[in-house]
Design a protein. Structure first.
Length: 294
């Protein structure tokens, strides 16, 4: 085990892509002795000049410290990198983007080899890592004991949020937020497409769009959560499903007039119409969740 010579907790990092490099520099700046490994060794050279220890193999890097953080391309690359490593007694934190099922399987695999495990979900881009007040944070789930033992170290690059003992929950939270973001991006793309051929400057629409999305998200997210918890999809509803479905025809017709495809909107509009046809016109749009989980 590598000795702590600076007062910071020593750790190992596998993977030096854009995110891995940002993580490494954050821990290094905070005084944590760091051992790194990357499949392409040249990626480690700048960090070696900044004071990290570069291991020749992933197994050597894992052997160096009790806390091992992995930030690689995908689940397959994680398994490949760790295949020859001795994980007994190690605390393994996987920040590689993956599915909840992959995280659960990897946790079982790590436990069989004597390691504690936390899955992670990084809610930040590299430029936000190590920057106080950037708003970035990381979800962690799995061994509570691991998280509590290393909470301060894990919180160095970005805020650390523990979301449960199920090792798949960090990935699930990550993908849930990313899915909502993807739907928002679809709506933004459609909005800009509507004005693309007009004399409306995109820069003039942008602040209006940002303010509107922020206001709508703040109200609808909390209303949906409350209605799902209570099972009452009517109380608190402003515009009900019958009103919204009636208005949806205007969205389609406007897109047609502007020469814009409705592909980004149509799947959601179809689900709303199905819910209305099932007799739920007085509700909000929350019932669409039930159609999806159906």
């Amino acid at each position: 085990m590598r000795q702590d010579t600076t007062g910071g907790t020593p750790l190992t990092l596998l993977g030096l892509g854009a995110m891995g490099t940002a993580l490494a520099r954050a821990w290094l700046a905070a005084g944590h002795p760091l051992t790194v490994w990357n499949r392409t060794a040249a990626r480690a050279e700048p960090l070696a000049a900044e004071g990290v220890t570069v291991a020749a193999t992933a197994a050597e890097a894992v052997a160096a410290n009790g806390l091992v953080v992995v930030c690689l391309l995908d689940d397959a690359s994680v398994r490949q990198a760790l295949a020859g490593a001795d994980l007994a007694g190690r605390d393994l934190v996987n920040l590689t983007t993956g599915t909840p099922g992959q995280a659960r399987d990897l946790a079982d695999w790590a436990h069989e080899r004597g390691a504690r495990f936390n899955g992670g979900g990084v809610m930040a881009v590299p430029r936000m890592i190590g920057v106080p007040g950037s708003g970035g944070y990381v979800f962690y789930s799995g061994s509570r004991e691991l998280f509590e033992a290393h909470r301060d170290v894990l919180a160095v690059p970005a805020g650390a949020r523990y979301v449960g003992t199920d090792p798949g929950f960090a990935a699930l939270h990550d993908v849930a937020l990313l899915s909502a973001m993807t739907g928002m991006f679809a709506g933004i793309a459609h909005a800009f497409a509507l004005i693309r051929r007009e004399t409306i400057a995109p820069g003039d629409l942008a602040p209006l769009l940002a303010d509107w999305l922020g206001a709508m998200a703040a109200s609808s997210v909390h209303l949906t959560a409350a209605q799902l918890a209570s099972g009452d999809y009517v109380t608190g509803t402003g515009s009900n499903l019958a009103m919204m479905v009636a208005a949806n025809d205007t969205l389609r017709r406007t897109a047609q007039e502007q020469g814009v495809g409705a592909e980004l909107l149509q799947p959601y509009l179809t689900l709303m119409a199905r819910r209305l046809a099932d007799g739920h016109g007085a509700e909000s749009g929350t019932g669409v969740v039930d159609l999806l989980t159906g």
